[in-house]
Design a protein. Structure first.
Ligand code: SF4
Lengths: 275, 386
């Protein structure tokens, strides 16, 4: 199926600043495909970001966009959603932005079950500032601040978000754009807090230090390790170590969404105490 | 130059990192932010290579970096962090805490404008916004001075029990390479021996820190911080003299260029000084006795040295690369108060968000003074489109 991307792209902002072959392009394309599938009008859609390579994405999108401060995109988005709960609010963030400096906001938005979609382009590194290790850098991987290998265990963002109370959690990767677009579409359509982790490539800052300087090498490194959740569950512990599961990992449609809960309370109080 | 010194070509950020290494800093906690990041990358490499017996912590935000530095400092360690702009703003709460807890943390601050809108280029709005946090502030004019100031900052901070910030212009210093002399380790050890904390978190000698203080004692604690700032001024002079003795290099609150007989003077902080010196030469070539001053030490504020340097009655242009909105340039306001009854001061704002302060810009400022077109009671915006 061919998709007309241009209605969602600010052509005058091209060429973009990303390195050739960067995974963020796949994420942007998947998002646009999902917008189109759901027929979200640009004027009804807001895309919010923080700081980093991934956070430059809204600058190229012809919807309502807001480029905010490092880590705080979800807080800005919460304010937007609380006032305009009729609009679609999406946050696009990198792993450092979302899970380090903004980690607190990520778990609290999930806990509230506010109707936002947070997409995290997880390329395991701080790309823009020059390749420092992030909370999702694999143990032992090299980074500019870990020249002999990272000593800190990584977050499993999917587990983190399920634990924090998100009601839709999926993981896709840049080696399979079609599948990724379907996860993003489902996340957009979900009422409540939805989260999509995209395992992605930053060959420039991560790959270069870890023997995958060519974008396709890093994309293959990702694709070769991605397996369906079902397959992953049937793997030995040793095999699981070498792979990661993709799919819709968690979904709960019963939980009330936060803005709705709020509306309901107001309606109830108005009924009990008419002005 | 000390005979055993090594002369290397390095950036301002590397100069900071080498100073931190030679200071035998024990704990470094930081978070990446442009244009600071290469400072801590260099330090992370020194730590990993065993060139420093230190622990490097990459935290989850600048707020955590400063918290970790304060914690480390309270155990008696020599602690350092580096940041810039938004990162410094995020640290703000902890900057106050570092002062209140009397922890001599040293911070490398790469001057970058604050958002919104975004920019990564230089001005002094980020560090000026921290002027009331009780941190000493030293604004470097060269990569060598970045290095020298950092060692002096540790020295004075640990004696005065006040934190200190070494401030350098983004990109102009942080990323440009200059020749820098690195003195040998024994010389640095002589100047800056291991920190001996009088009181620290020590299981053998327990103390309680960070407790509640009531109106009967809180104000005295604040008074002591101010007293420490006042005495720090003298310590800076004393240790700068020792540094001069060891290295032949000068660190002083104010640097001056052809000021003695000047009929007009301009004052700035940071690297813009070069443009002002060039403009001074040009004006003097045409018979105008101009002079320039660079403020290296901003906190504690060098009011007395300023009065001593500025010729009585000579109009002074104070050029701020920051605005206290609704008032004026922060340094201009303070200079006005310091020079009250001594010399007239006009405040200028220039070079925000990385806009260059070129020799022509500096000349324009001198001309405004000469031709009496500068207004004393409002901000004189330099090269701004209305
Ligand atoms: S540095 Fe990495 S994340 Fe940033 S644009 Fe390049 S490849 Fe992409």
């Amino acid at each position: 199926m061919s998709v007309d991307y241009m209605p969602y792209v600010r052509e005058e902002k091209l060429p973009h600043m990303w390195c050739p072959g960067c995974g963020i392009g796949v994420v942007m394309k998947s998002m646009i495909k999902a917008f189109e599938d759901l027929e979200w009008e640009p004027e009804d859609t807001a895309v919010i970001s923080g700081i980093g390579c991934t956070s430059r994405l809204p600058g190229y999108m012809k919807v309502n966009t807001l480029h905010t401060t490092h880590g705080r995109a979800i807080s800005f988005a919460t304010g937007i959603k609380m006032h305009r709960s009729d609009k679609h609010v999406v946050v696009i963030s990198g792993d450092g932005d979302a899970s380090a400096i903004g980690g607190n906001h990520l778990i609290h938005a999930a806990r509230r079950n506010i109707d936002l979609t947070v997409i995290v382009n997880n390329n395991h590194i701080y790309g823009m500032t020059g390749g420092q290790y992030s909370p999702t850098t694999p143990l032992g991987a090299k980074a500019s601040t870990a020249p002999y290998g990272n000593l800190e265990p990584a977050f499993d963002l999917v587990k983190l978000l399920i634990g924090a109370g998100a009601t839709f959690v999926a993981r896709g990767h840049v080696g399979n754009g079609r599948q990724l677009a379907s996860f993003i579409r489902k996340a957009f359509a979900h009422k409540g807090f939805s989260f999509v982790e995209v395992v992605s490539n930053c060959h420039t800052q991560f790959g270069r230090r870890n023997k995958m300087a060519d974008p396709m090498n890093m994309v293959n490194w990702i694709s070769d390790r991605a397996v369906s959740q079902k397959k992953w569950e049937n793997m030995s512990a040793a095999d699981q170590e070498k792979h990661f599961p993709v799919g819709v990992m968690f979904e709960d449609t019963e939980q009330a969404e936060y803005c709705e809960r709020y509306e309901k309370l107001i309606a109830k109080l108005r009924e009990e105490q008419p002005a | 130059m000390n005979a055993a010194s090594e002369r290397v070509a390095i950036t301002g950020n590397q100069a900071l990192a080498h100073a931190v290494r030679l200071a035998r800093t024990e704990v470094i906690a930081a978070y990446p932010i442009t244009p600071q990041t290469s400072v801590v990358e260099e330090i992370a490499g020194f730590c990993a290579d065993g060139l420093m017996n230190a622990r490097f912590i990459q935290t989850e935000s600048e707020h955590s970096s400063m918290s970790a530095c304060i914690g480390a400092s309270m155990t008696g360690a020599r602690a350092f962090t580096a940041t810039s702009s938004q990162g410094l703003a995020l640290m703000h709460e902890m900057l106050h805490w570092a002062t209140g807890a009397r922890t001599p943390v040293v911070l490398g601050e790469v001057n970058r404008s604050l958002a919104a809108p975004w920019t990564i280029l230089t001005d002094q709005s980020d560090s000026m916004a921290q002027r009331d946090t009780g941190w000493m502030q030293f604004y470097a004019g060269s990569n060598q001075e970045v290095f020298d100031s950092t060692l002096l900052a540790f020295k004075v901070a640990e004696q005065a029990l006040l934190p200190a910030m070494v401030v350098l212009d983004a990109f102009v210093l942080s990323h440009c390479v200059e020749g820098v002399e690195l003195p040998p380790q024994p010389l640095i050890d002589e100047f800056l021996p291991r920190r001996e904390a009088e009181i620290s978190l020590d299981p053998d000698d327990p103390h309680a820190f960070g407790g509640m203080m009531f109106p009967d004692s809180f104000m005295e604690q604040r008074y002591k911080i101010q007293r420490a700032m006042e005495t720090a001024g003298g310590m800076i002079v004393e240790h700068a003299a020792a540094w001069h003795e060891l290295t032949g290099r000068e660190l002083k609150p104010l640097h001056e260029y052809r000021v003695e007989d000047a009929e007009i003077v301009a004052l700035c902080l940071g690297t813009a000084y070069g443009s002002f010196c060039a403009a001074v030469d040009e004006l003097r070539g045409r018979g105008v006795r101009a002079g320039a001053v660079r403020m290296w030490q901003y906190r504690p504020f060098p009011a007395r040295p300023l009065r001593e340097i500025i010729p009585a009655g000579a109009p002074l242009a104070v050029v701020d690369r920051a605005v206290s909105f609704g008032h004026g340039g922060p340094v201009a306001g303070e200079a006005k108060a310091a020079l009250d009854g001594h010399a007239p001061v006009c405040g200028f704002v220039a070079g925000l968000g990385g806009r260059e302060i070129l020799p022509e810009t500096a000349a324009g400022i001198f001309h405004a003074l000469l031709e009496n077109t500068a207004e004393p009671d409002r901000i004189n915006w330099v090269e701004v489109r209305e």
